[in-house]
Design a protein around this ligand. Structure first.
Ligand code: HEC
Length: 187
């Protein structure tokens, strides 16, 4: 005997409603991040790595350095081996030196004295500085002086904030001249 298996319209409606309920319960999920797109129809460029202006920035490539970065060695000894005075022996060395002499008078002479011997105007009120015209200091390279002026020491104040790198090299040119002028620098 063949039974009539045709599904009644009531059953069709029931299954349809059950289907709707199932889809409704499973497809909607609470969105934690309101900016996130759950389903993209033709995504195009929506997910490409573009920085949104005023909101985020792209990290610089690894190992990159700012174009105006000034890199200083950590110790005076390291500076001595790595840094070279860019104005030494240059065609305009005398002009650079003249400004160095002026700056030496402004910043250094109060302690080190105009002859490098350490008899500046504050000599009674401050620990006496070493003789900058000693053989030891004559043999030191420009990079050492550059580091000392930039950072100072526990006793000597730093002048990195007051002078530009350019001005520090100028001061060193002048110090070299004073060292040459000092006949007997040993101490
Ligand atoms: C406030 C006083 C003072 C001023 C200003 C000063 N110095 Fe000094 N300087 C010292 C003293 C003190 C020492 C010794 C520091 C130490 O041994 O820790 C020293 C050490 C040095 C040294 C190292 C010498 C060595 O034998 O170790 C150099 C180079 C130097 N000064 C250069 C300069 C220059 C160039 C200027 C100007 C930009 C300057 N100093 C300004 C007091 C001063």
């Amino acid at each position: 005997m063949i039974t009539n298996r045709a599904i009644s319209w009531q059953a069709k409606v029931r299954w349809f409603c059950l289907g709707l309920l199932f889809t409704g319960l499973t497809s909607c999920k609470y969105q934690v991040d309101g900016n996130q797109t759950k389903l993209q129809y033709m995504p195009d460029m929506a997910t490409s790595p573009v920085a949104r202006s005023q909101r985020e920035y792209l990290d610089p490539p690894e190992g990159s350095i700012s174009h105006d970065a000034i890199l200083y060695p950590k110790t005076a000894e390291e500076a001595e081996t790595l840094l070279i005075n860019p104005f030494a022996g240059r065609w305009d060395e005398d002009t650079q030196k003249a400004n160095g002499a002026r700056l030496f008078g402004v910043y250094c002479a109060v302690c080190h004295g105009q002859d490098l011997k350490g008899h500046g105007t504050v000599q009674d009120k401050f620990p006496p500085p070493p003789d900058l015209a000693s053989d030891l200091n004559k043999n030191r390279k420009d990079g050492f002086f550059f580091h000392r002026i930039t950072y100072g020491t526990a006793v000597m104040p730093s002048y990195g904030h007051a002078t530009s790198p350019h001005e520090r090299w100028q001061i060193i040119l002048h110090v070299r001249d004073l060292q040459k002028a000092s006949a007997n620098g040993s101490k």
